[in-house]
Design a protein around this ligand. Structure first.
Ligand SMILES: Cc1ncc(COP(=O)(O)O)c(C=O)c1O
Length: 353
C-alpha cells in the first residue's frame, strides 16, 4: 500500500512559500539542512553517521545504481544473495559486471558461501538485503551479520546493504553499516515507510568513498531535487515520517494477520513484518503452474524463479505482495482465491503409485 499522504499536502503548502530558492541549483546551506535530515533518518534506521558520509539520492534504486557506477569497473565481480532483488542483475548487465550467487538457507545468506567466493574469486562488492530479505523476508541474525562483516573486511569486499524495507521491521539486529562502517555502503529510502513518489533516499558511505558517490549522483541527476528533499526534511524533522512509518508497520501487521488467517497456519506458520509473504509451495506444486492458475483467476503472484540469480536454483515458492491492493475487501478476495488454488491438487501432477 502506498504510504498515506497524511502530512504531505500540509508540507507542500508551507514549502511553496519558499519556492524561489528551492527551484534554483541547490545552495550549500540547503544541502547541509538536507544532510542533517538524512542523518536523522539514518539514525531512525539504526545507523549513525557524520554529515560528510551522507549522499542524498532519488530513492533506493538510484542509490544502488549510483554505487555500482561509482565503485565497480566493467568485468568486476558483484555478488548477491542467490535469491535477490532482480533489478540488480539488470544493472550489473548494463555495467558489464560479472555476477555471482551467494548460497542461502532458511536463515538467509550463508557466510561460509560468501567466504568461499572470496577464496575462489575476487569479488569487488556484495549486494544484500539483510533485513526483510528480498524476496524471502528473512532477517539475518546478529551472528551472521558479524561474520559477513568480518569476511568482507578481511577480503576487501564492499558490502552494499540495501535496507529500503528496514524501517518496517521492529526489533531488528544492527545494520551492517553500523557493525562495519568502513566496509559498508548503506542504502536507505523513504519509499516503503513514507511515500515512494517522493523519490528520496540517502546513502551512507565510508568516509573514503563518499566523494565518489557524490560524483556519481552528480553525473546521473546533477543533484537530488531540493524540492522533494525539502519535503522529506520537514516530514523527518517534524516527526511525520516516524508516524507514517509506525502507521505502515501497523497496516503491514494487520495484512500479515489476514494472510495467515486466510491461507492457514500450515501454509504461513510465521508472520513476518513488512508487506511480503514468501510461500514455499506444498510438494507437487510447480511455482509457474501455481502462478498461472492464480493469474487465470485474476490474482497476480510472483514466482520464486523471478528472483533467482541462477534459474537452476529457483525454489518452488511464490511471493505475495499485500501492499499494492489498497482495497482490503479485494485483497481478501485475492487471498481467498490463492488459498483455493493452494488447496487444489497440483494441476498436471501425475499420480504417485
Ligand atoms: C529490495 C528493494 N530495493 C530497492 C528498491 C527501490 O526502492 P526505491 O523506491 O526507494 O527506489 C525496491 C523497490 O521495490 C526494493 O524492493
Amino acid at each position: 500500500m502506498a504510504p498515506s499522504t497524511y502530512g504531505l499536502s500540509r508540507q507542500w503548502q508551507r514549502i511553496l512559500q519558499r519556492v524561489p530558492s528551492l527551484l534554483d541549483y541547490q545552495t550549500d546551506a540547503d544541502l547541509v539542512h538536507h544532510l542533517a535530515a538524512g542523518q536523522t533518518w539514518l539514525a531512525h534506521c539504526g545507523v549513525s553517521s557524520e554529515l560528510e558520509c551522507i549522499v542524498p539520492v532519488v530513492g533506493g534504486q538510484h542509490g544502488i545504481m549510483s554505487v555500482l557506477m561509482a565503485l565497480l569497473q566493467p568485468g568486476d565481480l558483484l555478488l548477491a544473495e542467490a535469491l535477490t532483488y532482480t533489478p540488480i542483475l539488470t544493472m550489473a548487465a548494463r555495467l558489464d559486471l560479472q555476477t555471482g550467487a551467494v548460497a542461502m538457507d532458511d536463515d538467509g545468506v550463508v557466510p561460509e558461501a560468501f567466504e568461499a567466493w572470496c577464496r575462489e574469486a575476487n569479488p569487488k562488492a556484495f549486494y544484500l538485503t539483510p533485513t526483510l530479505q528480498a524476496p524471502t523476508t528473512v532477517t539475518l541474525s546478529k551472528e551472521r551479520r558479524a561474520r559477513i562483516a568480518e569476511i568482507a573486511a578481511k577480503n576487501g569486499v564492499i558490502l552494499i546493504e540495501d535496507d529500503v524495507f528496514g524501517p518496517l521491521k521492529s526489533n531488528k539486529p544492527a545494520p551492517l553499516a553500523q557493525i562495519a562502517p568502513e566496509t559498508t555502503i548503506y542504502v536507505a529510502s523513504l519509499s516503503k515507510a513514507v511515500a515512494p513518489g517522493l523519490r528520496v533516499g540517502f546513502l551512507k558511505a565510508p568516509t573514503k568513498l563518499a566523494s565518489a558517490l557524490h560524483q556519481s549522483v552528480n553525473l546521473s541527476v546533477w543533484m537530488t531535487p531540493p524540492l522533494t528533499l525539502e519535503v522529506a526534511r520537514r516530514l523527518i524533522e517534524d516527526g511525520t515520517a516516524g508516524e507514517l512509518t509506525a502507521q505502515q508497520q501497523r497496516i503491514a501487521k494487520h495484512r500479515q494477520n489476514l494472510v495467515q488467517s486466510i491461507l492457514g497456519i500450515e501454509a504461513v506458520p510465521n508472520l513476518s513484518d513488512g508487506f511480503h509473504v514468501w510461500l514455499p509451495l506444498p510438494e507437487g506444486w510447480r511455482a509457474d503452474v501455481f502462478s498461472s492458475e492464480c493469474a487465470r483467476l485474476g490474482v497476480h503472484v510472483s514466482e520464486g524463479r523471478s528472483f533467482a540469480m541462477n534459474a537452476s536454483d529457483a525454489p518452488e515458492a511464490i511471493r505475495l505482495c499485500v501492499s499494492h491492493e489498497a482495497n482490503e475487501e479485494r485483497l481478501k478476495r485475492g487471498l481467498e482465491i490463492a488459498a483455493g488454488v493452494l488447496q487444489q491438487k497440483p494441476i498436471g501432477s501425475s499420480m504417485k503409485i
